[in-house]
Design a protein around this ligand. Sequence first.
Ligand SMILES: [Zn+2]
Ligand SMILES: [Zn+2]
Length: 324
Amino acid sequence: MKPSFLAGAVNGPFEDPCIYIRIIRENRALLFDAGDIGKLSQGSLLKITDVFISHTHIDHFIGFDMLLRAVLRRDVPLKIFGPSNIISCVEGKLSGYTWNLIKDYPLKIEVFEIQGPLISHASFHAGHSFQRIDHPGREFNGILLEDPLFTIKGVELRHDIPVMAYALEEAFHININKAALNERGLPVGPWLSVFKKSIREGGLDSAVLEISGKSYGMAELMPIAHITRGQKVSYVTDISPDAENVGKVEKFVSGSDQFFCEAYFLEKDKDRAYERHHLTAALAGRIAREAGVGNLELIHFSPKYTHCMDEIYSEAMREFKQVS
Ligand SMILES: [Zn+2]
Ligand SMILES: [Zn+2]
């Protein structure tokens, strides 16, 4: 199965957490957290349209300035999603610079702040020197972004302060059955993208596709599509190791193909994990097992373990695979 998304950690586990998700076939990418993003090229930064911030501790948000600089002249808006206080944090960052020479720049930053059952919305437009404009909020039902290709969901958790976990879910995945295509004498071409788009948008009855000068109805073409379960990529970091958080996370990340999870402390330091509101490697492994995830990808280790990084992986994997 050809994936629709490629998700990977930008940095090593002792560096800032930040997941870059490339949407293959669209000139676009998403970011889960914006720690140090210095390893991303200008081209990769320019593709980022939506950023999902877990919380604004400096190791998760310091990359905002660099991203802003990269997209400053762009006409595609930049959307930022985050927990309670994200709007004032973005406002604070923007007010730290002088903006008298950008009035003709098209960039619009749209910020969405999740607070319990509500999402507040504020804009910062380059044309208005990034002065804050507040908009009416909307109800938060767990879904932050809906795109024909995928949905981004969020859940609010505790890290002493509110913190958001995020998941990208592809509704379903469409593969083209090449043999069925050949049998019908249909050529490979741009029409396949239109065909997949029509399936995603549910236009199965009405759409008619022109292929090599001949018209085809969607129903006629459906046998060439092989539809499978979509990809799920989830991201959880900086959460207190309490039962309520853990229960919520297990449900939220259930069935993920890729689960990026912090493993900040070792289980032997679990008292410290409670004090600092972080998960242990064992808990990350347990959550991954209970949630039935495919791949557990560990991120965000405490710098105190640089000499024993292998212990973090083995502790988490022991729980995940339940080997003793
Ligand atoms: Zn952190
Ligand atoms: Zn934190």
